[in-house]
Design a protein around this ligand. Sequence first.
Ligand SMILES: *[C@@H]1O[C@H](CO)[C@@H](O)[C@H](O)[C@H]1NC(C)=O
Ligand SMILES: *[C@@H]1O[C@H](CO)[C@@H](O)[C@H](O)[C@H]1NC(C)=O
Ligand SMILES: *[C@@H]1O[C@H](CO)[C@@H](O)[C@H](O)[C@H]1NC(C)=O
Length: 688
Amino acid sequence: MLQHAVAALAFVAGSSARLQTLRPPCTPLDVASPYQSTWSCADNLFDESPRFWTGELLEMVGLMQVDSKTFRFMGVNNVAATPVQKELQVAPTSTTYVFEAAGVRLTLSFVTPATDLDMDIVMASRPVTHLTFDVVSVDGSPHNVQVYFDSPAFGVVNNKSEVVTWSRPESTSLAVMQIGSKEQHLLGAQTDLINWGYSMIAAPAQQAGLHTVMHSAEECQAAFAAGKYTQLKDDESGPRAASDRRPVLSVAWDFGKLQPEQASMRTMMLALNQVMSIRFFGTEMPPLWLHHWDSAVDMLEASHQRRDGDVARASMFDKELIENLTVAGGTKYATLASLAYRQVTGGTQAVWNPVKEEPWVFMKEISSDGDVSTVDVIFPAFPMFHYLYPEYFRLIMVPLLVYGANETKQYGMDIPYNKAWAPHHLGTWPICDLPANKQEDMPVEESADMLIMIAGLHKVQGSLDYLSAYWPMLDSWADFIVSSLPDPGNQLCTDDFEGPSPHNTNLAAKGIVGLEAYAQVLDANGDAARAEKYRQAAFGFVGQWEAMGRDGDHYRIQFNLPGTWSMKYNLLWQKVLGLKAFPQDVFDREAAYYQTKLETCGVPLDNRHLYTKTDWSLWTASIGTQDQFEAIVNGMFKFANTTTSRVPFSDWYDVSTCEAKGFRARPVQGGLFAKMLVNAGNHLTVYA
Ligand SMILES: *[C@@H]1O[C@H](CO)[C@@H](O)[C@H](O)[C@H]1NC(C)=O
Ligand SMILES: *[C@@H]1O[C@H](CO)[C@@H](O)[C@H](O)[C@H]1NC(C)=O
Ligand SMILES: *[C@@H]1O[C@H](CO)[C@@H](O)[C@H](O)[C@H]1NC(C)=O
């Protein structure tokens, strides 16, 4: 068990920023992209093996030896002794564990410095997680200490029977090891786990007491426990199945004899060299960092050079972000948003587009169906990017605009998109190749999502240049929304996992907000006449919306169903964008009504089930008062802190049992940042 009792609030190292003590459903360890996503889903890091986001066991192991006695601090093997896990803290870019065993404290941190996604996208999208092992004698006695870490190939094969090879790429400053499938079918599997590319470990070669070995897990771990690790050499017997005497990349340090209070530190990097990331309608797009550096070793050497600065900047960023989140929404809110951060950035992949010679970004619809850049998945994720990284998000929008506007031919496949509404997605990760007739149409949903996101980006970025070729297409989307309102009829909306919901009140609200949002963008582009047309349409529909949707002290889920209700989360954007179509009393009435539906772990999405969505919960919470907001956040915190559904932060759960329904590790948790967009504390420049 975790030591919950110690303190309800824990200080973030070196600052006044504090987080609530949280037992995350899963703790992010190395979460940098949809293919690089390692979590610990147990209370203690040593209770079970770390897992891929799917739940697949990745079988990494960490051991520490104190005066010849071996303890297992990570994963599982035949070493029975474990340290005491004293602390666990999940900040936006880092996870820190504190262990104690036999008078020695080990502080282990994982830092993925994905912070400057707008200002320095190449650096921020490197596939690197820094591990730091800090040891200190805390019992007043000297101790001999050794620390060991290993990782097999299970993160880079689909199937543990696949044959893998291992090698040592040459480096002057680092000890580098890599392991990956022998076949290396680039982009060869449309599965959640990659089965090409290489999992890598790199440790600074100069570190005192460093030794590295590529051999079977059993040989390496046994040699370490027996104090003979430094005599072990690489297994050169050649490729074999990933599960056959599990080959691992292993690293260990002999810290020597630590005097009382003497602290000592060693570091290493975990990395994934994807080699190739995405195929976009025939064109292969490598990870962005591989356009900047010639090889993974060059990238790792540069990362080692920058390490201290990167780790310090990431820590400063964490403190600032936690402080800002706390001011806006309290410590529980800051704690949940911190847990979400790497899940969101780690749901994306920055690539190099060799046709346009520019960076692009894709987001994966993780765990629901693996779609590439689903519009109604990037939309719920948008608040975090609106607040922190609008330019990075714009690079997610561009491929969708290109596809919607029939521009795929230059990439090799001429796929006309002949629909009057916005696309739903681009393909199944990692391949974008979807013909228009295979789309999962959600016409008003996706069209209004796109127009709202375009208005949101304009609000914080000012520029509309990237839209110059797309105005006729955007008009056609807006016209389609006009023709669908006031009642969107029998259309799918994003909550289709709950079943169809025709005549949907919230979808109609989205259409109205979308039209007024588009009018704002047209105004900014100097097109007052067209702006007026769509603004008038939006205002005109509100009266009908009120008449058809009102159900006493709240609004219905469907226009045709009296006695029902639902979250009208789409109204958020009226507040964020400073629009006016809906009168304030609609917000007040709805926000007050949700409070009457509070269960143990939050408010349901609508009257159909006791399910909720974390993103929509915080969108609606953010349009209410501070007390209403905190009541909903308290429920969600209880879910994250107590649920027995040990999967990476689910966005779909039952508010009465506090169990997840489905969906895990999805980047839609970026929606938790909605509060930051409606508070006065919003630090971003506003151009509108
Ligand atoms: C895994 O790979 C092995 C050997 O290539 C094959 O025999 C087996 O059917 C595969 N299993 C799955 C579940 O794909
Ligand atoms: C926090 O808020 C301050 C003040 O608004 C702002 O300058 C800073 O950029 C914000 N930082 C983060 C990481 O949110
Ligand atoms: C794309 O091409 C199709 C026909 O092939 C056409 O119907 C559609 O209007 C075009 N879309 C745009 C945005 O030009």
